[in-house]
Design a protein around this ligand. Structure first.
Ligand code: NAD
Length: 377
């Protein structure tokens, strides 16, 4: 692992998630931008001190010199570092799991995605919400025509944690997220809007035609947007509306997706992630529960416990790790991955996310509201 040391947020989620199914073991790392803190963290994790490195370059050199070298690296650092670290590991021949957004600039995302293709390495990108079984069930229901022709997609990711200027009060996570050089051009839209955009496309199967965006910064002095509204026109005529907000009081990771077709609609809400609400034309509504016998292969492959026992965020993240492991084994063994290793987020999804943010910021910066097409959809 690179990053994710003491006091960091997502690194610990990666470690919990990776360990859950026994497919991954944490054996080496450069855990902190401060080497001493990184080593102290590695010692607490019980790592071999020889495999706790000062920085990612030393880690690559050290691991390449070992017979029992790492299989893959998880990159859990702020956005602006993803490109250089991923590139170095890919070029050294390692598979990579990288946090979203893939990179801080579109130019870097394009180059990185090309490098993944040219190198033949695997690169997974942790779009968390595509790890949920009921999100896979929703995708399956759309793909098998159970909603009919898709007309509209409503997706939102509201948060309240940056509703005040916490970046000025020593909050490490908020500090780099509000610095355009470290975060990238999109504030809330890059941080959480990318999750919403991925989720909407993943479930609906729709590809974007164009978008028009309105970005706002409500907290005084903040350099990036903390609220975004984006109207989406999908290829084929469907419409979408995406809202991301870091200033939505009362909301805590309330990711919500609703997809409306001409036969039925679906609704999924991350605070009740074990349920999918399916409403058919004419008023019949059913709640589909995780673990039901007749769910799709993709949903079943991501389910660990019987219905009624709650599964959630950590299990969804574990599903990504289980999927990445299966995809890597399948690639090595030159076979098709089983269900858990299919429909997983990869470098191309990461590139699409960065292209989306870039188009959103360009659209919102234009003097007249404009409809723009991201460079990849
Ligand atoms: P954080 O500030 O809590 O942690 C960053 C960590 O990276 C720290 O330990 C820091 O010391 C380390 N670091 C920074 N530069 C480094 C370098 N060059 N080498 C080694 N370590 C370095 O950040 P966070 O909130 O955990 O976010 C990290 C990444 O995860 C971001 O890209 C963010 O967008 C993403 N994230 C994703 C999700 C998700 O749901 N998938 C959720 C939160 C964050």
């Amino acid at each position: 692992m690179v990053g994710g040391g003491q006091g960091a947020y997502i690194g610990n989620i990666h470690r919990i998630a990776a360990r859950q199914d026994g497919a991954w073991q944490l054996v080496a790392g450069a855990f902190d931008v401060d080497p001493a803190r990184g080593h102290a963290f590695a010692a607490r994790e019980g790592l071999d001190p020889a495999r706790s490195y000062d920085n990612y370059k030393a880690m690559i050199e050290g691991e390449l010199s070992r017979e029992d070298r790492i299989d893959a690296v998880a990159i859990c650092t702020p956005n602006f570092t993803h490109f250089a670290i991923s590139k170095a590991f890919l070029e050294a021949g390692f598979d990579v799991i990288c946090e979203k957004p893939l990179t801080a600039t579109l130019e870097d995302a394009v180059a990185l995605e090309k490098l993944v293709r040219d190198s033949g390495r695997f690169m997974g990108v942790t779009y968390t919400y595509s790890g949920y079984p009921m999100v896979h069930e929703a995708r399956h229901m759309v793909a098998t025509g159970q909603l009919g022709e898709i007309r509209t997609v409503q997706v939102e990711y509201p948060l309240e944690w940056m509703a005040t200027a916490i970046e000025a009060e020593g909050n490490a996570q908020a500090a780099w997220r509000t610095d355009p050089k470290k975060n990238g051009r999109g504030g809330s839209i890059g941080d959480i809007g990318t999750h919403a955009y991925h989720l909407a496309g993943f479930v609906s199967g729709l590809k974007l035609e164009s978008l028009t965006a309105d970005l706002a910064t409500f907290v005084q002095g903040r350099a990036l947007d903390d609220n975004a509204h984006v109207m989406l026109r999908y290829q084929g005529g469907a419409r979408g509306l995406l809202w991301s907000s870091q200033v939505a009081l009362g909301s805590s990771n309330g990711v919500r997706l609703r997809v409306f077709g001409d036969k039925a609609s679906l609704s999924w809400f991350q605070e009740q992630p074990n349920e999918l609400v399916h409403a058919r034309l004419g008023g019949r509504t059913e709640t589909i529960k995780r673990g039901a016998d007749d769910l799709s292969e993709g949903a079943k492959a991501r389910t660990r416990t019987p219905p009624g026992h709650p599964e959630g965020y950590l299990e969804a993240f574990s599903n990504l790790y289980a999927g990445f492991a299966e995809a890597i084994y399948a690639k090595r063994e030159k076979r098709e991955p089983s269900a858990i290793g299919r429909d997983i987020p990869t470098a191309y999804d990461g590139l699409k996310g960065v292209a989306f943010v870039d188009a959103v910021v360009d659209s919102a910066s234009a003097s007249n509201p404009s409809w723009l097409k991201p460079i990849v959809v």
